[in-house]
Write a protein of this length. Sequence first.
Length: 309
Amino acid sequence: MDAPYTLIANETSGRRDADRLEALHRMLEEGLGEPVAYRPCKGGEGISEAAKAARDAGHGTVFAAGGDGTLSGIADVLKGSDVAMAPLPMGTFNFFARGLDIPEGDEAAVEALLSGEVRDFPVGEINGRIFLNNASLGVYPAILRARETVYENWGRSRIAAYWSVFKILIQPGHGMRLTVEVDGQSQTIHTPMVFVGSNPFQLRIFKLDGAELPEEGQLAFYYGQDVGRFAMLRTALWLGFKIARKDREFAMLAGREIKVWPQKTRKVTAALDGERFHFDPPVTMRLLEHSLKVVAPRAQEGAGRASAA
């Protein structure tokens, strides 16, 4: 009989090693009392293929061990299905799992998920590809390129991630001119970066205005108003200290459907949950409500577990 569960583990996420992943697999099988198919991957297509195999096999729950990019890739496959994703945080920031109150320690995370409940969860979408936390255009995809180089040289850590931000922002020439249409209303903006948030937890972490918008079915669309390198550094600093404010460091728009056309390029590079993708313009962003099933710690006492998925 096939295993009714799958563990997909990204071997390149965060602080990971083979022994840790195998221990995680054992904890799940012991806690569930049933077999768990184990699919270690090294990112990208491997993660998508493993998620497709679990979905097509009709598994009730896919345990997703990795960072936000890993979870986003698995969620993109599972969206619209009856298969639930159970996040096991093993990345650098783990915004999605932390927003669900899933602990970052392996044993605590497993315990919380095995006694958890299945919820419908809204996700963002850009040209058919979903994101769990955010999508961005402009300077941030360049930061991701720099971050991978820093990770290769110094290892994965939050300090390394912040250093890669500084390396890119001190360079000139990040401005772009965009036509933005929000729920049918158009305007032109000149900005170094666009940041679109779909996860209220992440927006609240940085104390950004508009954190409540995703809970109201809208995306929060932020853009910098000054393309100078020192202005961008100042904004990054204010965000780091969680004192960035609308109309000072950035402007904000809100809507259920947002379309963006760049004026000087035929392809749009976007970062979705820390992974880079290329899209044909216009890029169309929306919030898809009740489109993904996730396992999360129970909001209140009750019977059941992740196997209810």
